[in-house]
Design a protein around this ligand. Structure first.
Ligand SMILES: C[S@@+](CC[C@H](N)C(=O)[O-])C[C@H]1O[C@@H](n2cnc3c(N)ncnc32)[C@H](O)[C@@H]1O
Length: 234
Protein backbone atom coordinates (compact mmCIF):
# COMPACT_ATOMS: atom_id res chain seq x y z
CA UNK A 1 0.00 0.00 0.00
CA UNK A 2 1.23 3.47 -0.87
CA UNK A 3 1.07 6.45 1.46
CA UNK A 4 -2.54 7.57 2.00
CA UNK A 5 -4.03 9.73 -0.71
CA UNK A 6 -7.37 11.41 -0.88
CA UNK A 7 -8.67 9.31 -3.78
CA UNK A 8 -12.05 7.71 -3.24
CA UNK A 9 -12.40 3.98 -2.80
CA UNK A 10 -14.69 1.29 -1.56
CA UNK A 11 -14.58 0.12 2.02
CA UNK A 12 -14.38 -3.66 1.76
CA UNK A 13 -14.77 -4.43 5.45
CA UNK A 14 -16.54 -7.69 4.79
CA UNK A 15 -13.85 -10.23 5.54
CA UNK A 16 -15.76 -11.65 8.45
CA UNK A 17 -19.17 -12.96 7.60
CA UNK A 18 -21.11 -14.05 10.61
CA UNK A 19 -24.28 -15.90 11.40
CA UNK A 20 -26.31 -14.94 14.45
CA UNK A 21 -23.96 -15.41 17.40
CA UNK A 22 -26.42 -14.68 20.14
CA UNK A 23 -26.36 -18.37 21.12
CA UNK A 24 -22.62 -18.91 21.07
CA UNK A 25 -21.02 -19.84 24.35
CA UNK A 26 -19.59 -16.70 25.98
CA UNK A 27 -16.13 -18.25 26.04
CA UNK A 28 -16.38 -18.87 22.33
CA UNK A 29 -16.32 -22.66 22.61
CA UNK A 30 -19.36 -23.88 20.70
CA UNK A 31 -21.06 -26.79 22.41
CA UNK A 32 -21.13 -29.78 20.06
CA UNK A 33 -24.48 -30.89 21.47
CA UNK A 34 -26.22 -27.60 20.93
CA UNK A 35 -27.52 -25.97 17.79
CA UNK A 36 -25.01 -23.12 18.05
CA UNK A 37 -23.66 -21.94 14.71
CA UNK A 38 -20.07 -22.89 13.91
CA UNK A 39 -17.79 -20.25 15.30
CA UNK A 40 -16.39 -17.87 12.69
CA UNK A 41 -12.60 -17.59 12.49
CA UNK A 42 -11.00 -14.41 13.77
CA UNK A 43 -9.14 -12.48 11.11
CA UNK A 44 -7.12 -9.33 11.32
CA UNK A 45 -6.21 -7.32 8.24
CA UNK A 46 -3.84 -4.38 8.66
CA UNK A 47 -3.46 -3.84 4.94
CA UNK A 48 -6.94 -3.75 3.36
CA UNK A 49 -10.46 -3.65 4.78
CA UNK A 50 -11.53 -1.12 7.37
CA UNK A 51 -8.00 -0.50 8.64
CA UNK A 52 -6.66 0.30 5.17
CA UNK A 53 -9.67 2.50 4.54
CA UNK A 54 -9.15 4.46 7.77
CA UNK A 55 -5.48 4.83 6.85
CA UNK A 56 -6.31 6.26 3.41
CA UNK A 57 -9.30 8.41 4.29
CA UNK A 58 -9.00 9.07 8.04
CA UNK A 59 -8.39 12.53 9.39
CA UNK A 60 -4.88 12.10 10.78
CA UNK A 61 -4.27 13.51 14.25
CA UNK A 62 -7.59 15.33 14.08
CA UNK A 63 -9.50 12.07 14.62
CA UNK A 64 -11.14 11.52 17.99
CA UNK A 65 -8.81 8.79 19.28
CA UNK A 66 -5.48 10.51 18.46
CA UNK A 67 -6.89 13.72 19.95
CA UNK A 68 -8.00 11.89 23.09
CA UNK A 69 -4.57 10.22 23.36
CA UNK A 70 -2.84 13.61 23.15
CA UNK A 71 -1.19 13.24 19.75
CA UNK A 72 -0.74 16.84 18.76
CA UNK A 73 1.64 18.47 16.32
CA UNK A 74 5.08 17.80 17.70
CA UNK A 75 3.87 15.60 20.57
CA UNK A 76 3.89 11.82 20.14
CA UNK A 77 3.39 9.97 23.41
CA UNK A 78 4.41 6.38 24.22
CA UNK A 79 1.16 4.48 24.36
CA UNK A 80 -0.03 1.18 25.79
CA UNK A 81 -3.21 -0.21 24.25
CA UNK A 82 -4.31 -2.39 27.16
CA UNK A 83 -7.15 -4.03 25.20
CA UNK A 84 -5.68 -4.85 21.81
CA UNK A 85 -8.62 -6.72 20.20
CA UNK A 86 -8.31 -6.43 16.42
CA UNK A 87 -5.42 -3.98 16.86
CA UNK A 88 -7.18 -1.28 14.88
CA UNK A 89 -6.83 1.54 17.38
CA UNK A 90 -3.20 0.62 18.02
CA UNK A 91 -2.52 0.56 14.28
CA UNK A 92 -4.11 3.99 13.83
CA UNK A 93 -1.98 5.46 16.61
CA UNK A 94 1.18 3.79 15.25
CA UNK A 95 0.36 5.10 11.75
CA UNK A 96 0.53 8.59 13.25
CA UNK A 97 4.00 7.96 14.63
CA UNK A 98 3.33 6.68 18.16
CA UNK A 99 5.20 3.73 19.67
CA UNK A 100 2.38 1.44 20.80
CA UNK A 101 2.53 -1.62 23.06
CA UNK A 102 -0.52 -3.83 22.59
CA UNK A 103 -1.68 -6.16 25.37
CA UNK A 104 -4.19 -8.96 24.73
CA UNK A 105 -5.21 -11.69 27.14
CA UNK A 106 -7.26 -13.95 24.90
CA UNK A 107 -4.98 -16.61 23.39
CA UNK A 108 -7.12 -16.78 20.24
CA UNK A 109 -7.16 -13.01 19.75
CA UNK A 110 -3.45 -12.75 20.53
CA UNK A 111 -2.69 -15.44 17.92
CA UNK A 112 -4.86 -13.60 15.37
CA UNK A 113 -2.93 -10.37 16.00
CA UNK A 114 0.41 -12.13 15.75
CA UNK A 115 -0.62 -13.57 12.37
CA UNK A 116 -1.99 -10.22 11.16
CA UNK A 117 1.22 -8.42 12.14
CA UNK A 118 3.29 -11.13 10.45
CA UNK A 119 1.33 -10.71 7.21
CA UNK A 120 1.65 -6.93 7.44
CA UNK A 121 5.44 -7.23 7.73
CA UNK A 122 5.35 -8.74 4.24
CA UNK A 123 3.47 -5.73 2.83
CA UNK A 124 5.08 -2.56 1.54
CA UNK A 125 7.53 -0.31 3.36
CA UNK A 126 4.83 2.08 4.55
CA UNK A 127 2.92 -0.66 6.40
CA UNK A 128 6.15 -2.30 7.62
CA UNK A 129 7.17 1.03 9.13
CA UNK A 130 3.88 1.28 11.04
CA UNK A 131 4.07 -2.31 12.29
CA UNK A 132 7.65 -1.71 13.47
CA UNK A 133 6.21 0.74 16.03
CA UNK A 134 3.84 -1.91 17.41
CA UNK A 135 4.88 -4.40 20.11
CA UNK A 136 2.44 -7.16 20.99
CA UNK A 137 2.36 -8.71 24.46
CA UNK A 138 0.26 -11.57 25.78
CA UNK A 139 -1.37 -11.45 29.19
CA UNK A 140 -3.84 -9.70 31.42
CA UNK A 141 -3.09 -5.99 31.24
CA UNK A 142 -3.96 -5.60 34.93
CA UNK A 143 -0.76 -7.58 35.61
CA UNK A 144 1.33 -6.68 32.55
CA UNK A 145 0.93 -2.94 33.20
CA UNK A 146 2.66 -3.28 36.56
CA UNK A 147 6.22 -2.09 36.13
CA UNK A 148 5.43 -0.11 32.97
CA UNK A 149 5.26 3.68 32.90
CA UNK A 150 3.77 4.72 29.56
CA UNK A 151 2.66 8.26 28.85
CA UNK A 152 -0.80 7.08 27.83
CA UNK A 153 -2.91 3.96 28.37
CA UNK A 154 -5.88 3.32 26.09
CA UNK A 155 -8.61 1.09 27.51
CA UNK A 156 -11.35 -0.27 25.26
CA UNK A 157 -13.03 -3.20 27.00
CA UNK A 158 -15.85 -5.20 25.43
CA UNK A 159 -18.78 -2.85 25.64
CA UNK A 160 -21.84 -3.51 27.81
CA UNK A 161 -24.97 -4.72 25.97
CA UNK A 162 -26.69 -1.86 24.18
CA UNK A 163 -29.89 -0.37 25.48
CA UNK A 164 -31.10 0.06 21.92
CA UNK A 165 -31.83 -2.73 19.47
CA UNK A 166 -29.12 -1.53 17.10
CA UNK A 167 -27.06 -4.43 15.83
CA UNK A 168 -23.50 -4.70 17.04
CA UNK A 169 -20.99 -4.77 14.17
CA UNK A 170 -20.40 -8.25 12.78
CA UNK A 171 -16.76 -8.50 13.75
CA UNK A 172 -17.52 -7.37 17.30
CA UNK A 173 -20.04 -10.20 17.59
CA UNK A 174 -17.38 -12.65 16.44
CA UNK A 175 -14.89 -11.21 18.94
CA UNK A 176 -17.45 -11.49 21.71
CA UNK A 177 -18.01 -15.15 20.85
CA UNK A 178 -14.33 -15.72 21.76
CA UNK A 179 -13.73 -13.37 24.67
CA UNK A 180 -17.17 -12.90 26.22
CA UNK A 181 -17.61 -9.77 28.34
CA UNK A 182 -14.95 -7.87 30.29
CA UNK A 183 -16.47 -7.63 33.77
CA UNK A 184 -13.14 -6.46 35.22
CA UNK A 185 -13.05 -3.24 33.17
CA UNK A 186 -13.07 -1.13 36.35
CA UNK A 187 -10.04 -2.91 37.80
CA UNK A 188 -8.27 -2.49 34.48
CA UNK A 189 -9.01 1.24 34.56
CA UNK A 190 -7.59 1.43 38.10
CA UNK A 191 -4.43 -0.35 36.94
CA UNK A 192 -4.15 2.02 33.96
CA UNK A 193 -4.65 5.11 36.15
CA UNK A 194 -1.92 3.93 38.51
CA UNK A 195 0.78 3.61 35.81
CA UNK A 196 0.06 6.22 33.11
CA UNK A 197 2.15 9.35 33.52
CA UNK A 198 0.07 11.68 31.33
CA UNK A 199 -3.40 10.34 30.61
CA UNK A 200 -5.73 7.36 30.37
CA UNK A 201 -8.32 7.13 27.61
CA UNK A 202 -11.43 5.01 28.06
CA UNK A 203 -13.27 4.21 24.84
CA UNK A 204 -16.89 3.61 25.72
CA UNK A 205 -20.31 3.62 24.01
CA UNK A 206 -21.70 7.13 23.94
CA UNK A 207 -24.91 6.17 25.73
CA UNK A 208 -23.48 3.70 28.26
CA UNK A 209 -23.33 4.53 31.97
CA UNK A 210 -19.88 5.51 33.25
CA UNK A 211 -17.86 2.88 35.13
CA UNK A 212 -19.19 3.01 38.68
CA UNK A 213 -16.16 3.51 40.89
CA UNK A 214 -13.94 5.43 38.52
CA UNK A 215 -13.56 9.17 38.99
CA UNK A 216 -15.12 11.57 36.53
CA UNK A 217 -13.09 12.09 33.35
CA UNK A 218 -11.20 15.34 32.88
CA UNK A 219 -12.92 15.77 29.55
CA UNK A 220 -14.74 13.78 26.88
CA UNK A 221 -14.59 13.58 23.12
CA UNK A 222 -18.00 12.50 21.96
CA UNK A 223 -18.72 10.90 18.60
CA UNK A 224 -21.85 9.44 17.06
CA UNK A 225 -21.73 6.09 18.82
CA UNK A 226 -18.45 6.15 20.76
CA UNK A 227 -17.09 8.52 23.34
CA UNK A 228 -13.57 8.90 24.67
CA UNK A 229 -13.34 9.66 28.38
CA UNK A 230 -9.97 11.29 29.01
CA UNK A 231 -8.44 11.10 32.50
CA UNK A 232 -5.53 13.49 32.85
CA UNK A 233 -2.84 12.49 35.35
CA UNK A 234 -1.42 15.00 37.78
C1 LIG B 1 -13.49 -4.11 22.34
S1 LIG B 1 -12.07 -5.09 22.07
C2 LIG B 1 -10.82 -3.88 21.68
C3 LIG B 1 -10.84 -3.47 20.25
C4 LIG B 1 -9.62 -2.64 19.88
N1 LIG B 1 -9.66 -1.34 20.51
C5 LIG B 1 -9.45 -2.49 18.38
O1 LIG B 1 -9.17 -1.37 17.93
O2 LIG B 1 -9.56 -3.48 17.66
C6 LIG B 1 -11.56 -5.60 23.68
C7 LIG B 1 -10.36 -6.54 23.70
O3 LIG B 1 -9.65 -6.33 24.91
C8 LIG B 1 -9.26 -7.54 25.48
N2 LIG B 1 -9.13 -7.33 26.94
C9 LIG B 1 -10.11 -6.94 27.80
N3 LIG B 1 -9.63 -6.82 29.05
C10 LIG B 1 -8.31 -7.13 28.98
C11 LIG B 1 -7.26 -7.19 29.94
N4 LIG B 1 -7.49 -6.94 31.23
N5 LIG B 1 -6.03 -7.53 29.52
C12 LIG B 1 -5.79 -7.80 28.21
N6 LIG B 1 -6.74 -7.79 27.26
C13 LIG B 1 -7.99 -7.45 27.63
C14 LIG B 1 -10.39 -8.49 25.09
O4 LIG B 1 -9.95 -9.85 25.13
C15 LIG B 1 -10.73 -8.02 23.68
O5 LIG B 1 -9.94 -8.69 22.71
Amino acid sequence: MKRPTKERGKNSDDKVAVADYSNVHPEGKSDENSSDPVQEALYCDFVGGAVGHRLRFGGGRGQALPKAAGLTKGRTPRIVDATAGFGRDAFLLASLGAEVTLIERSPEVHAMLEEGMKRAREADDYIIDIISRMTLLFGDAKEVLKGMSPDVVVVDPMHPPRKTTALVKKEMRVLRSYVGADPDAEELMEAALSVATKRVVLKWPVKADPLENIRKPSHQIIGKSTRYDVFMIG
